[in-house]
Design a protein. Structure first.
Lengths: 145, 641
């Protein structure tokens, strides 16, 4: 969810300047209602944040962030390739996600949440990742700012 | 400050100008430095603020994803700012998240504080929020060291301000040393003039007026003051000169008068003696030497009792002491007769006039003393002669009385026998014998009259009748009765004022008045006689007047008519022995009065006589010196009515 603040979507991704950023969860929801509570009062550059669960894999329409749950580990590569041209930030906790063409991959290191970034994948999808985010990332694929 | 006050105005002005410009420049310098440091601080703060914003921005991701290393790295880039002493990042829960310190800087971050900027001595402390979107992620802290830069700038600016001040002072010195003359030169000039005046005492000096300002007014006032002083000085000098001349004149006058007095005192016949308040002689003139026989050397310094008989010493000392204590004078200011004592022990009578005079040295006495021995002797001789004269007069009167009285008897015999001879032998002898007998009878008759008158005259002084109050009205009535026939014959009119009662011998008063009235009738003119008797009170006497319209008396005869047996006319025109007025004179004088006549020939005569209004004192009879003024004893009868 925090990633939304370091990511810029192309303007065409939103119907209006104050249209919400929608976080979609593909597969099993590991967050539960805690996520909803978290995003409830959030506001990123004038946009509220919304969530969608049980999104059909084939329909990423209206999603700005796509969290791919562990449960979708098997079809991960298809999902990523399918979303490659749809300006959707792909995030997952599945190991090897970045290698598989995903954009951000969570890892737990020393009890803290760390992540790997695939800048090239994001650029390909028309997304701009903040340099600050890139600097914090544990590892980066693709050209660095 | 005292030292400054005593400085010359020139230096004072210079000092004031220099101090003022220095202070102004310093203040301006300080203001500039203060302003500059403030500007500097503000710019540093703005700079730091911007830096803080960048750093905060760059550390949002590190904070979001709890990556202190990343934040540390970001902070480490602050090395480029050597003045940044320390930088810290705190998480929202105030823990130190990342930290940077310059080498030698502090080893620990201070506790987090609310967003603020704190300026301490030489340091700027900045607490700034780290925000991502609307979310606060933590706090950024900067500690910036201002001191070195400030000190460097202070040195620089001090140098600049000091240099400018120095330069400005130099310029001010040059300028003011020219400009101050505008003020100090006139004052210094005035002061020099004033000093010149006080040193030379030449009040003719004037200060030159160069300006129209306060100094100009001061110069005017100074000059006016000098003019006043000059005129007063000259007045004073003139007054002093005049005073000197006057003192010289007075001294000369004084010397003259002293010499005059000395000359008078020395040449005076009288003794002039001065004494001081102790009664000792201090001055003794030649007259005193002659009078008392002591030389000045012997007498000066001696007490006054030296020249007094011993019996007067006590009275002298008492009188002297009394005068000194009470100023009650018995002798001072008067002339008294006293007795003096000569050196040879003889005494002599003296006349003494005593004066006291008071000067600064005290009270002094001066006596003028005259030896009156000669006068006393002359007085006594006169008294003796008067007594002798009175005696011989009395003898003479006695002789006249006796002679006339005793002559009457043989005369009566001669007359009787001559008349017998005439009766019996008229016509029996020859005609010549008849004529001779007639002459003899006539002569005897006249002689009888003469003796009778003489007897009357001498009886005036020998009358035993005492003076008594006599009413002059009665006297006159008596006279008119006695003269009844004569008055009738001559057709005379006698008028009179109210007449007083006088203390006199009554029968002599009748005789006096009768003689005067008879006289007036006898010497009448062609007109019937008009006689008026009036009286006036003049001081202590009555002045009677008997006026007529007769022939009058010429001036040269006025005294003669009162002399016994003096006649002015021959017996044919006016019969009489010529004794009447002599008797009048004697009676009047015996009563202490005088008699005289005023007349012009052809215009009548007025006889005046006086009688004392009060009874004459015994012993003074005939000696009273009456002063009378004839114009006041008017003879006009109408005036008395």
């Amino acid at each position: 969810m925090n990633f939304t603040k370091f990511v810029e979507w192309p303007a065409s991704s939103f119907s209006a300047p104050d249209a919400p950023i929608t976080i979609c969860i593909l597969g099993d929801d590991p967050f539960g209602p805690a996520l909803d509570r978290m995003v409830e009062s959030e506001n990123v550059n004038g946009r509220p944040i919304g969530t969608r669960r049980s999104v059909p894999e084939a329909d990423p329409q209206g999603c700005h962030v796509m969290f791919i749950s562990r449960s979708e580990r098997t079809g991960m590569e298809q999902i990523v390739s399918r979303l490659r041209n749809s300006s959707v930030l792909t995030v997952s906790e599945v190991p090897g996600f970045v290698d598989a063409g995903g954009m951000i991959e969570f890892v737990i290191e020393e009890g803290k949440v760390r992540f790997h970034i695939n800048v090239a994948a994001a650029q390909a999808a028309g997304l701009t990742l903040s340099a600050r985010l890139v600097r914090v990332a544990t590892s980066v694929r693709g050209p660095q700012p | 400050m005292r030292a400054f006050r005593d400085q010359p105005i020139r230096r004072k002005l210079l000092l004031i100008i220099m101090v003022t410009s220095s202070v102004v420049l310093l203040l301006a310098g300080i203001a500039i430095i203060a302003y500059d440091s403030e500007i500097y601080r503000t710019s540093v703060r703005d700079d730091l603020d911007a830096l803080a914003r960048i750093v905060a921005d760059n550390t949002t991701a590190a904070l979001t994803f709890e990556s202190p290393q990343d934040a540390q790295e970001t902070l480490a880039s602050l090395r480029a700012r050597p003045s940044l002493v320390q930088a810290c990042i705190y998480s929202v829960d105030s823990r130190v998240f990342a930290r940077y310190a310059r080498p030698g800087g502090p080893s620990q971050c201070p506790p987090v504080e609310p967003d603020s900027e704190i300026v301490t001595a030489g340091s700027l402390l900045l607490f700034r929020p780290i925000v991502l979107g609307d979310t606060r992620l933590g706090t950024l802290y900067f500690q910036y060291d201002l001191a070195p830069v400030l000190a460097a700038r202070l040195r620089l600016y001090s140098g600049i301000v000091g240099g400018i001040t120095l330069g400005a002072l130099l310029v001010a010195l040059v300028l003011s040393s020219r400009l101050r003359r505008l003020i100090s030169d006139p004052i210094v000039g005035l002061a020099e003039r004033a000093r010149a005046v006080s040193q030379t005492k030449d009040y003719g000096i004037r200060a030159e007026k160069q300006t129209q300002d306060e100094v100009g007014s001061l110069v005017d006032a100074f000059n006016e003051m000098l003019a006043n002083i000059q005129s007063r000085d000259s007045e004073l000098r003139q007054a002093r000169d005049e005073l000197e001349i006057r003192v010289q004149e007075r001294t000369a006058e004084l010397r003259q008068s002293e010499e005059r007095f000395r000359a008078v005192a020395e040449t005076a016949n009288d003794a002039i003696i001065s004494a001081n308040r102790e009664g000792n002689i201090i001055h003794w003139n030649a007259g005193a030497e002659r009078a008392f026989g002591y030389s000045a050397a012997e007498a000066v310094g001696q007490p006054l009792t030296l020249i007094m008989p011993e019996r007067f010493h006590v009275a002298h000392r008492q009188g002297f002491g009394r005068y000194l204590t009470t100023r009650e004078a018995h002798i001072v200011g008067k002339t008294v007769e006293l007795t003096g004592l000569r050196k040879d022990g003889t005494e002599f009578p003296l006349d003494l006039s005593l004066a006291s005079w008071k000067i600064e040295e005290g009270i002094f006495f001066t006596a003028v003393i005259r030896d009156i021995t000669d006068r006393r002797q002359a007085e006594e001789a006169l008294k003796r002669q008067t007594a002798e004269l009175a005696r011989s007069n009395a003898d003479l009167e006695q002789f006249a009385y006796v002679a006339s009285h005793d002559l009457q008897e043989p005369l009566r015999m001669v007359t009787s026998f001559m008349q017998l001879l005439e009766r019996r032998y008229r016509g029996k002898l020859d005609a010549e014998a008849d004529e001779f007998i007639g002459f003899a009878v006539d002569g005897a008759t006249r002689m009888k009259q003469l003796i009778s008158d003489l007897l009357t005259y001498s009886r005036v002084s020998t009358s035993p009748e005492e003076p008594a109050p006599s009413d002059c009205e009665t006297v006159l009535l008596n006279v008119l009765t006695n003269l009844g026939l004569t008055l009738q014959e001559s057709g005379a009119v006698v008028t009179h004022d109210p007449l007083p009662t006088v203390e006199a011998n009554y029968s002599q008063m009748v005789q006096l008045m009768q003689n005067l009235v008879t006289n007036a009738i006898k010497f009448r003119s062609s007109q019937p006689p008009q006689i008026h008797i009036s009286v006036l009170r003049v001081r202590t006497e009555w002045v009677f007047s008997v006026s007529d319209n007769g022939i009058g008396i010429s001036l040269e005869h006025r005294e003669r008519i009162f002399v016994i047996f003096q006649r002015l006319h021959d017996r044919m025109s006016y019969p009489g022995t010529g004794i009447g007025l002599a008797i009048c004179k004697k009676i009047v004088e015996r009563h202490g009065g005088r008699i005289w006549v005023e007349s012009k020939p052809g215009q009548g005569s007025t006889f005046f006589f006086t009688l004392p209004a009060e009874p004459p004192e015994p012993g003074k009879e005939g000696n009273l010196a009456y002063s009378h003024d004839r114009t006041t004893t008017t003879t006009n009868p109408t005036a008395a009515h």
